[in-house]
Structure formats: C-alpha cells, structure tokens
Design a protein around this ligand. Sequence first.
Ligand SMILES: [Fe+2]
Length: 282
Amino acid sequence: MSLPNVIPLSGVGAEISGVDLRHVSDQGFDVIAEAFAQHGVVFFRDQDLTEADHITFAERWGEININRFFAAHPDHAEIALVAKEPDQTDNIGGGWHTDHSYDLEPALGSVLVARELPETGGDTIFASMYAAYETLPDDLKTRIADLRAVHSGRHIFGAGDDTYYQKSDAGQGRIGNAEVADQLQDVVHPVVITHPLSGKKALYVNPAFTIRFEGQTREESHPLLSQLFAHCYSGDFHHRFSWTPGSVAMWDNRSTWHWALNDYHGQRRIMHRITIEGCALG
Ligand SMILES: [Fe+2]
C-alpha cells in the first residue's frame, strides 16, 4: 500500500498527491496530519467527494464546528456555504485574516471543497505565521514575547451599519445571526503562540479580528500592530493556490492567514467549508 506523497510548496503549504480522500488508511492519515502540522495548509487535487465524504474526512480531525454566521448547506448543517453569486460585488474572506480568532478556543482549521468555480480568478492566498514569526527581527521578537492581544468578531459579523458584512453585499442571504455576533465577548490570546500540533512558535495576530494589545488602547496598539501586519503582507512566505475542479484545501487557523481573492465579478463561486474545533492557545 503506497502512502500519500507530500510535496512542499514555495512560501507555505504542501501539495499531497497519491491519495483518495474517500479512502485514507490510518497510516496515510498520519502522513497527512504530520504535513498539516508542519506546513500549515495542505492541498489535494482531483478529488471526488460527496457531501457525506467531506463530512467523514473532516470528522477524522476532531469535532465539527457548526458555523454561527455562514449560511449552512440545506441538507448538511456541518457544511457552511462560502458563496459569491454573479450579481454580488463583495466576497466572503476578501482580505487577510484567520478564521475564528475571536473565539476563546479558536477553531483548528477548515476543509474547503471547490463545488463551482469561476472560469478565471478566485484564487486563495495563504501566508505562514510560522515563517512570519521566524523572520521577525530579534528586537521585535523580544518586544512581543510576552504581549497578549484582544480579538473581536463584532465589527465583522455584527448588526451595526458599519460592520463589514452589513456594509458590503457579501453577506446578503449568506451571513446571519448578527445579533449573536453583537453578544460576542472580546477574547485574549498570546501574540506568539506555541502551536498545539507542531510545538513551533507562530505569530497569532491578524488584521481582521485583532483590535489591540491587552492593556493598551487601539491607538496605542496601532503602530506595533501595523508593523507586524506589514511584515506579514510583504513576507516571502505566501502561496497563491489556484482552484481547479476537485481541489480540496485544508488550512490551520493557528499557523496561517488566508485571503480569498475577489477578481471574478459576474461569475459564481461556491465552496463547501467544514470547520473543526480547536483548543485554547498558549
Ligand atoms: Fe476565512
């Protein structure tokens, strides 16, 4: 029995070939899990997963998180729909972020299956937060070593007129529960985490949900946060993934950022996302 073949990619991530995700042996799963822990995001091509297959594969990683804000698949509550219709201008996830950092125990990651793709465009860019941390200047590493940061989802998912999904048309019919979002409490995580799977250090702040450092105002936090974000934007640790029919990506929220490019106006893009529960970060 042959094992999956792991091919590290430039920047971040690994492509895994020689595996059918409907039939993964225990040994094969171990290979995928190790690649996932080390590389932060893994990609598979030419898969043929039904919704049930998708759920079965995701369940091997842990408990499934039923998304509070995204529209669910009509027949499978476990699957969140990440959709953009031809008449929409804005998309979901169209800026650098990591999912669920506004939760006390942020989700481990997601398994995203391409269901309907635009003819052109719709790539997703990933960034390694392992590499982001490793490549920081030593003085900056020292400055952030003991800092903690506050994360919030209210300005993204909340009901206020100025929240992201109320201002844009990305959320229309696809994002709900704004009242629940308004009840979200801010949470605090270390700025540098020790990754629960790999034991490696990762930078754990992101431009979408990290609003300030603990014990500082937003204004006081802004210069250093901006410096950290700028380091991540320009880093040599990005990978741009082009989806093709049958593509599956699984990313780790704790060690990567991602950005769904919005460059396919007038076309439909439908993705099925299953998210797996995570743990507290230290
Ligand atoms: Fe996302």
